[in-house]
Design a protein around this ligand. Structure first.
Ligand code: HXC
Length: 535
């Protein structure tokens, strides 16, 4: 992490302003002119929309004085459709290297004041150069996007430019972290490249993403739709799942991005950074004892459990508003970064549906690619039933979780807190899916299905023979007998599919101890490279 001394070293020394040799003055003039972007009028228009300029964005995101720009003097390569008098140095994108929290990053920022931030040949080549630099030097690449997509005047050259970027996005996938920040109306290729990256940020009110904008939609389908309704941050964070983080403002967005990076390694050849941990690893979590008594049908937010076990109660959630039935994100335990996947009984009883499967599977694959250990907290009644889910492909999507966990070779620790039924029990990093250490609280119910459903199938004839009055009492009795035998952790512990039944108050320590033991299970870069394919 950055020290004060290192930051001070970066402070630029004041430059001579008088008696500057002619050659140097000429360079200064060229650079100054090039830095104007689309000119004062367009910059004012950008500001009037409540947006920073591309240059300000880089300044606010990176560590003070750390930015070093490349290709400022590269210009537009096309003369068609009136572009001959619009050759603006930089071609609408600022590229370079800098530092965040003292660690190197490569960055590009599209400048909407220059031809709407649209992507032509030179613009694309600049982005590709910076992506190659990030790949070769194993550092994250960050894109600040504010672009109308392929530059229409440049025809196929701009499409080819996007193809080159997409190709690199895939090559970098699972190798270096790739982060996209949407900071304007982004269309066409300007949304497909972010979709190939690991994380997408949006800012309320100013960020929009769509394959084609409202005007084209109106012409093609007759639908009248606003920017926000078509592709605003609310839509993409809650409905489509395209966006992972929503911010209230650009500064808030940059703060979140800096925090995200603090949990990530620079590449697949590194571990995530360890932090000094003032929180005792043996800190008890007695609050979790309420689980032992909790009614199995009572909803609760799994965040409360995560906050209890995390170092200093800190949890950085990913995709907060999408598929709320599963919660994923980063925390530290004993100073080490851990990624958590947790069923959330407060939403759809924590069942797995299509969106939850996609969300969890992609996050698991990200963690595996970047050497981050996986903690799984299980309280799941099953896969969500119904015609809608079946027809939309819950079998195909649900299988992604099975695939992701089986494939993951990073350390995996699982705790069953309450329900773990059927296929969902298997899916949530169960022992035979190669969970490394699997714990259960005394409140765990691990079974093929819930007591009520199970006994109504097993004893359907006996129940049918009883009078309606007798039926309720009989069902309750049978369900209780079943629950006593199967809906507990002990049957599973007897078979070895749970390594240990632990007391709730020990939960934090047991997890940290397990991850400490598993620390050297896999060395960074040892795994066959797995990309983080969009799911
Ligand atoms: C050239 C463009 C442009 C583009 C915007 N501009 N998009 N120039 N190519 N793709 C220019 C505008 O002409 C305008 O120039 C300036 O940028 C600002 O744009 P406005 O329309 O005034 O701004 P706004 O009202 O905010 O609308 C922004 C917008 C809209 C929603 C992005 O411009 C728009 O719909 N653009 C087209 C988006 C699109 O369909 N792109 C398709 C790309 S196809 P002046 O000089 O008038 O100020 C693609 C293929 C890749 O990307 C596919 C990969 C799978």
């Amino acid at each position: 992490m950055e020290t004060k001394e290192a930051a001070a070293q970066e402070k630029e020394a004041p430059r001579k302003t008088r008696g500057v040799p002619e050659g140097i003055q000429r360079t200064r003039d060229i650079i100054e002119k090039a830095m104007e972007g689309g000119g004062q009028e367009r910059v004012a228009a950008q500001k009037a929309k409540g947006k920073f300029t591309a240059r300000e964005r880089i300044h606010y995101l990176l560590d003070d004085g750390s930015f070093q720009e490349f290709d400022l003097l590269v210009t537009t390569r096309c003369d068609d459709f009136g572009l001959s008098d619009k050759h603006i140095p930089g071609d609408g994108v600022i590229t370079g290297i800098g530092r965040i929290n003292g660690r190197e990053v490569c960055i590009f920022a599209q400048d909407f004041t220059v031809l709407g931030g649209s992507l032509g040949l030179a613009h694309a080549q600049k982005i590709c150069k910076i992506m190659d630099l990030a790949y070769d030097n194993r550092v994250p690449v960050i894109g600040l996007l504010d672009s109308g997509g392929a530059r229409i005047q440049e025809g196929v050259d701009s499409l080819d430019g996007y193809a080159e970027i997409f190709y690199r996005n895939v090559k970098c996938s699972g190798v270096i972290p790739q982060i996209s920040v949407i900071l304007g109306p982004c269309a066409g290729g300007a949304v497909y490249s972010p979709a190939l990256t690991d994380y997408v940020f949006m800012v309320e009110g100013i960020s929009h993403m769509f394959v084609t904008g409202p005007d084209v939609v109106k012409a093609a389908t007759g639908e009248d739709v606003s920017f926000d309704t078509l592709g605003g941050s609310a839509v993409h964070s809650a409905k489509s799942g395209v966006c992972h983080f929503v911010a209230k403002s650009e500064p808030d967005c940059f703060r979140q991005l800096r925090e995200l990076l603090s949990y990530l390694p620079q590449s697949r050849w590194e571990k995530a950074p360890t932090m000094a941990n003032p929180d005792p690893i043996r800190r008890g979590t007695p609050v979790l004892e309420t689980f032992v008594k909790v009614d199995p049908r009572k909803p609760y937010r799994v965040h409360h459990v995560i906050f209890q076990i995390a170092d200093e109660h800190k949890f950085f959630e990913v995709q907060t508003n999408f598929a709320k039935n599963i919660v994923v994100g980063f925390l530290r335990m004993g100073g080490e970064v851990v990624g958590v996947i947790a069923n959330n009984p407060a939403h759809m009883a924590g069942a797995l549906d299509i969106d939850a499967s996609d969300k969890a599977a992609r996050f698991i694959r990200f963690l595996n690619a970047f050497n981050i250990p996986i903690l799984t907290l299980v309280d799941v009644p099953g896969y969500w039933p119904g015609v809608q889910q079946e027809h939309a492909g819950i079998i195909r999507h649900g299988a992604k979780i099975l695939y992701a966990y089986s494939e993951a070779t990073v350390p995996k620790v699982t705790v069953v807190t309450r329900k773990a039924y059927g296929g969902a029990y298997i899916a949530m990093s169960s022992k035979h899916m190669r969970g490394d250490m699997n714990f259960a609280l005394p409140s765990a119910e691990i079974a093929v299905m819930g007591p009520k459903g199970a006994t109504e199938i097993l004893y359907s004839r006996e129940i049918a023979k009883a009078t309606p009055e007798e039926q309720t009492a009989l069902k309750d009795k049978l369900a209780k007998e079943y629950a006593d035998k199967f809906a507990s952790p002990y049957q599973t512990a007897r078979s070895g599919s749970v390594d240990e039944v632990i007391e709730p108050t020990q939960m934090r320590y047991k997890i940290i101890r397990a991850f400490k033991f598993l620390r050297e299970k896999r060395k960074p870069g040892e795994n066959p490279g797995t990309g983080n394919i969009p799911l």
